[in-house]
Write a new protein. Structure first.
Length: 364
């Protein structure tokens, strides 16, 4: 075996050490480059949002009003808690209506039920290759019917009752309670209009929309569109679990979990059709339900110390859900020409939710 001369060995060792010296500066330069790229991306997204807002001013105003309403209702809860803490943990009368730990826990688990429903609905996609468009539209129609009934019987009608009681206690005109509920509905619609305009996603009819949608893959645009549905659903569950309203929260949690099953299956099958493998498609479909527990915590936190916040929060969640049903779900069920099957599914879902809500209310 030939040997390497000593001078050659020393030369090689020097060369290796010389090559190793620039590694640390190179790593630092790569880190700086990545940080710069991240900052550039963030600046690009802000610029794209600003440009999108100038192109769609009404959508920007809608988002602003909806976010201000959410912030105002949250502040209605947070400020009394802060005042109580600043006053050496003395509980003030205003803080008595702050959601208790049990209400927060119930809202969280109600949102988790929606996530579980989405996950269970996505599991059959591991075995199924596809569903016929007629069956899929019927299942989505069933989900739309349950959402409509939940809006009517578990959100808007209780909101009207609570608003009417509030107006009577304040000796206001009878129409004041109805106007409060209408205002909450409009705030929910404005919030969803703004989110629909500024979250990158894709519609089958109008194509991709939202700032910087061209930088997202089509699969993720579809996922964002489905995840957008889960925000008002989670908020509805959370508001339903406001203190003293256990039966309404249970009805909403069960209905949302049930209607999330066909949605989860539809999402998983659509992802498979778009070229995603089976297991990742199921996992991504399940992940779209993660917003529901977060939305539930947001929803239960909207009910604060002022008496009008409860009907306003119920109406806001109801308006947001009505927007999703009318703007997203029902048009999707009519896209393939199966309007009759989708409508029959909607009627069945409406009836199931109506019976469920009535049964739980009677049991209470």
């Amino acid at each position: 075996m030939p040997t390497i001369p000593n001078d050659a060995q020393s030369t090689r060792s020097v060369d290796i050490s010389n090559d190793a010296q620039p590694r640390q500066p190179l790593a630092r330069a790569m880190g700086n480059t990545m940080a710069t790229a991240g900052e550039t991306s963030a600046l690009g997204f802000r610029a794209a949002c600003w440009h999108h807002a100038k192109q769609h001013p009404w959508a920007a105003v809608s988002l602003l009003l909806g976010m201000l309403a959410i912030i105002g209702l949250l502040a209605n809860n947070v400020l009394p808690a802060m005042m109580s803490w600043l006053s050496n943990n003395e509980v003030s009368p205003a803080s008595e209506s702050i959601p208790s730990l049990s209400a927060l826990e119930l809202a969280w688990w109600g949102g988790v039920a929606g996530f579980v429903g989405t996950s269970l609905g996505a599991l059959p996609a591991l075995c199924l290759r596809r569903l016929s468009s007629k069956v899929e539209d019927t299942l989505l129609g069933f989900a739309a019917g349950m959402m409509l009934a939940a809006c009517a019987f578990s959100l808007l009608m209780p909101a009207l009752d609570a608003a009417q009681l509030w107006s009577q206690q304040r000796h206001y005109m009878a129409i004041t309670g109805a106007l409060l509920v209408i205002s909450g509905m409009m705030l929910g619609v404005l919030l969803m209009l703004g989110l629909d305009a500024f979250i990158p996603h894709e519609h089958d009819k109008t194509g991709p929309c939202g700032p910087m949608h061209e930088h997202c893959q089509r699969v993720w645009l579809f996922v964002f569109a489905i995840a957008l549905h889960n925000i008002p659903e989670g908020m509805a569950v959370g508001v339903g679990f406001a203190p003293g309203e256990l039966q309404r929260g249970l009805a909403l949690a069960l209905s949302i979990a049930m209607q999330d099953m066909p949605e989860g299956l539809a999402v998983a099958l659509s992802l498979k059709a778009a070229g995603v493998a089976r297991v990742p498609a199921v996992l991504i479909a399940a992940a779209t339900g993660l917003l529901e527990p977060l939305g539930a915590l947001l929803g239960v936190s909207l009910v604060g110390s002022f008496a009008f916040s409860y009907p306003l929060g119920l109406a806001l969640a109801g308006g947001a859900m009505l927007f999703v049903v009318s703007h997203e779900v029902i048009p999707e069920t009519h896209r393939h020409g199966h309007q009759t099957s989708a409508t029959l599914g909607l009627m069945l879902g409406f009836a199931v939710m109506m019976v469920l809500d009535h049964s739980l209310a009677s049991a209470h």
